[in-house]
Write a protein that binds this ligand. Sequence first.
Ligand SMILES: Nc1ncnc2c1ncn2[C@@H]1O[C@H](COP(=O)(O)OP(=O)(O)OP(=O)(O)O)[C@@H](O)[C@H]1O
Ligand SMILES: [Mg+2]
Length: 492
Amino acid sequence: MFKSIRLRMTITYLLLIALAMLITGLLLFNMLEKYYLLSAEENLKRTGSLTAELVLNYLREDADAVFLSSIAENFSRQINARVIFVSPQQTVLGDSLRVGGLLGVKMDRAEIAAALGGKIGQSIQYSNLSQQWVLQVALPVEEGGISRGAVFLSTSLNPVYETLAAVRRLFLGATLGTMLVAGALIVLFARRLTEPILKLTTAAQQVAAGRLDQHIPVQTDDEIGRLARQFNIMATKVKETNNRLTRFVADVSHELRTPLSSIHICLQTLQDYELEPEEQKEFLENINYETQRLIYLVEDLLAITKRQEVAEKRETFSLAGLLEEVANATFPRAGRRGLQFLMEIPPNLPGVHLSREDLKRVLFNLLDNALQYTPAGGRVKLAAVNSGKEVCITVQDTGCGIPEEALPHLFERFYRVDQARSRHLGGTGLGLAICKEIINHYGGEIGVRGNREEKGSTFYFTLPATLFVAMSPAGRTGLPGAENFVPEEEPH
Ligand SMILES: Nc1ncnc2c1ncn2[C@@H]1O[C@H](COP(=O)(O)OP(=O)(O)OP(=O)(O)O)[C@@H](O)[C@H]1O
Ligand SMILES: [Mg+2]
């Protein structure tokens, strides 16, 4: 029940309005009733004391009843009340009703007893006779402290209660009218409020059902508007991620298919034909090579999927120390390939806070490429420059270089400049894409430029100052065999 916000809101607001009107009504009627009764009472008392003064000398047991009754009638007409004069013995001496009245009757009433005692007696009663509420007031008639009798006045409260009933009807009408108008406004308001929520729900259902092309128009700048805006951003991100994933799976499948079909063909040939041992060896070597490529590919793919985990393992370390460590491992490999390896690391490199494994992966990928795509006799150089705002690390080689048209695609997954050549070298085309992802993750930039005066290329990446941390110089690792590095005496 009440599962919709619109209904809940409408009912709550209407109940609130009804409650507010009820409390206001109760207070108002109470005040009005008191006010009317008080003024009726005052009216009676004022007239009563005037009358008392007037009849002061006539209230005796032998008083002229006709005379007193006519006075009583006169006042009665003025204030629309019954006026009765009573002697100290409580006998009625004059009555505004004259003949039909209580002349000569002993009026044994509490109000009159009070008046004869020098006080004002009053009461509100329901008269069974006239079937209405009446207000009764009795006032003393006295001279020099001696009681001469009392004036008794009684008036119907019907006009008071009728006025109150009329006000109540008016108030009820106003309340119902207000609730009707307010109800209509609340329904409109609730609809305006919930409409975008309903749209959001439908759009979210569509996204859940796989229809990712959802966009909700943002009409307001309030909380719901902001929610709609965030939803649109989220939907776009989901779509992008989904597209990326689809493209990635397609690329991976394509990359896996080539070595797999190669292995398949080799195996089938081995199975179907009687081959010479030499030929068999060649086919098996091919299978071995393609299997190795598959292993590399799967390893790179695993590295991509585990990247997030690795990136979260941040630690503080000396940048120079890490560069030296990487260079240390690269130096013998460069030697084996007949390459000269240089390193140019300034003393002012900062401590950094990021995943060590991430940074090593970038450096090894760039150095691997440099070693791989530079023919023997060439040179590879690892350098770093600290500008204060960032550290720029470069890997320069004198290799084959990169053609202009390949530059925009170089950091895309599975992109290789020379498919056949890179494949032959065992490359999967994932290395630079991984580097870019890592560097961008840390807010840095990665790129490549051609060498100015010679063949080859220079890959560079930056680490922004946000990653820097203060560190003692002791954080720098010692470099065994550092003397093996050719010092920085580059031609340019
Ligand atoms: N230093 C370089 N000199 C010349 N070409 C390069 C250099 N570095 C990269 N390339 C070109 O860019 C391509 C993409 O490099 P990337 O490192 O992404 O892939 P890969 O080296 O082929 O494979 P792997 O995923 O094993 O690293 C390479 O195939 C190569 O054609
Ligand atoms: Mg590579």
